[in-house]
Design a protein around this ligand. Structure first.
Ligand SMILES: [Zn+2]
Length: 298
């Protein structure tokens, strides 16, 4: 599942390719993906027809990101919201064969485009943008303008971006002190700060020396300060390295996202701790595999 750093890396890769690029045609092969969000969705043919017609001739002005949502802004003011969910992927292939790919790694899509997982094809003046999705939980939604997107309250339950001015140490400590439950659960629900999915949650807790199964109410100021610093260190570093996808993930310059090589605990249960060498502990927390060091994290 792509996490925030992977989505941000994808955004950074796509912006130079798509900015100023005009939509020539749009083909929706599965109407469900443009008909709404959630796991139970009907394929609505009028949504397909609307989606295929509405962006024609329009020019991409910019791509923004909120949590794991990509927000494509068009010259006309129209907006396209893209969420890759668990298994979605965006691939841009220019006429000069420059490929920018991000999201869930899909084996089949290595060379063949479109492929059996391709459900939406945007033809642009200078290339093609493919939306591929193995399990089709993702969605691409059209809004007449940004206000319409805001009014829907799509982002109302999301916490702050780690790099936003409002995400101060004081804000973080106050917000955490109001929470009950275990640390990892609080992080995973994204209400205070976004970007801490399964990978980065474990990495941040390790960096801060705090066990992910600690009850938040029992954490002192010092631990909370360490967690705050760890978030500000780990998330930007992961973004700069292009995220954590190991396979088939190419940045705009053809290099691979390589933060995965710097993971210290994620998927390393049973392996020796990076700091003390003791065996890392693997538990289930919120039915998510969680790894930490009993010696270094308290
Ligand atoms: Zn250790």
């Amino acid at each position: 599942m792509p996490e925030l750093p992977e989505v941000e890396s994808l955004r950074r890769g796509l912006v130079p390719c798509l900015k100023g690029n005009k939509i020539v045609s749009v083909q929706v092969l599965r109407a469900k993906l443009v008909s709404g969000k959630g796991t139970v969705r009907e394929s609505l043919d009028f949504k397909r027809a609307e989606f295929e017609a509405v962006f024609l001739g329009d020019e991409v002005l910019n791509i923004e990101r909120r949590a794991k949502n990509l927000i494509f802004e068009f010259k006309s003011g129209k907006v396209l919201l893209v969420h890759l969910k668990m298994t979605g992927q965006l691939v841009y292939k220019s006429k000069e064969n420059i490929i920018v790919k991000g999201g869930h790694p899909i084996q089949d899509s290595n060379s063949k485009l479109p492929n059996k997982h391709t459900y939406i094809i945007f033809e642009l003046k200078n290339g093609f943008l493919y939306y591929n999705d193995v399990r089709m939980f993702g969605y691409l939604l059209y809004y007449p303008d940004k206000l319409a997107l805001d009014l829907e309250g799509h982002f109302s339950e999301l916490g702050l971006e780690p790099d936003s001015v409002a995400f101060t140490e004081q804000f973080f400590i106050c917000a955490m002190q109001k929470k009950s439950g275990k640390l990892k659960s609080v992080f995973l629900n994204q209400e205070i700060v976004v970007g801490l999915g399964n990978i980065y949650c474990d990495e941040v807790c390790f960096e801060a020396g705090v066990r992910p199964d600690r009850v938040v109410k029992t954490l002192g100021i010092l631990k909370l300060k360490k967690l705050y610093s760890a978030i500000l260190k780990i998330i930007p570093m992961a973004i700069d390295m292009g995220g954590s996808s190991v396979a088939n993930y190419l940045l705009v310059d053809g290099s691979k996202g390589n933060y995965a090589h710097y993971h210290k605990v994620y998927l390393k249960g049973g392996k020796p701790c990076y700091i003390c060498g003791r065996e890392l502990t693997k538990i289930k927390l919120n039915s998510r595999t969680t790894v930490y060091c009993e010696n270094c994290q308290k």
